[in-house]
Design a protein around this ligand. Sequence first.
Ligand code: HEM
Ligand code: HEM
Length: 167
Amino acid sequence: MYKYDLTSKLLHWISVILIFTMICLGFTASFTDNYSVIWFHKSFGITLLIIMTFRLIWRFTKMHKPDYEVKIALPKLVFAKFIHFMLYASVFTMLLSGWLSSSFAHYPVPFWGLNVSLPVPLIKSVSHFLWDVHTTTIYVLITCIILHMIGTTYHFINKDKILERML
Ligand code: HEM
Ligand code: HEM
């Protein structure tokens, strides 16, 4: 079997759609300051956090890690794995910095009608620091997504069936 299991594939593509949505909503919110855009950004964000947590647990317990059909040179394999790690790391950094930054400023964190702001003290300096983390990490995440997509496209052009593993 050279393919990921169905659950891993579904989790991959659902999180891809949500991450692209989050990037669009985040930049739109910062340019327009429209509250309903922020409401959706935070609600989708907490939804993504739940899905990503499940995905991470699934990855280390149940995921079927398929063998490669063709031989991949070791440096390329190491680089691809490093980008996979950075994708997980930057997505979780975005999710937690956003949630905690709002919580430490005592701003609401709507989750489809509930307020899931964390019960932490009001500390503006911590909130500002986490805000800087949020607005810096986004560029690390976008860079990793671009490199990941270049890698996948390269394999697609080479017809070596790497993309099919995730389809
Ligand atoms: C993968 C997850 C996330 C991504 C990709 C993301 C992306 C972004 C981006 C691109 C911005 C605009 C940054 C800028 O102005 O330079 C932003 C702003 C923001 N994000 Fe996120 N974010 C994520 C998760 C979250 C979460 C979970 C929360 C809170 C629960 C959150 C709260 C905010 C807030 C309050 C803003 C400011 C909006 C404004 O300027 O009015 N984000 N986010
Ligand atoms: C938000 C964007 C994306 C993120 C965060 C992401 C994340 C990941 C991660 C972490 C893996 C490693 C498997 C795992 O541990 O779960 C992976 C594998 C993969 N992704 Fe993505 N991905 C994104 C977008 C895409 C896109 C747009 C494509 C297709 C053009 C794609 C195609 C693949 C393929 C084919 C694999 C399997 C690679 C292999 O087995 O070596 N991904 N992705």
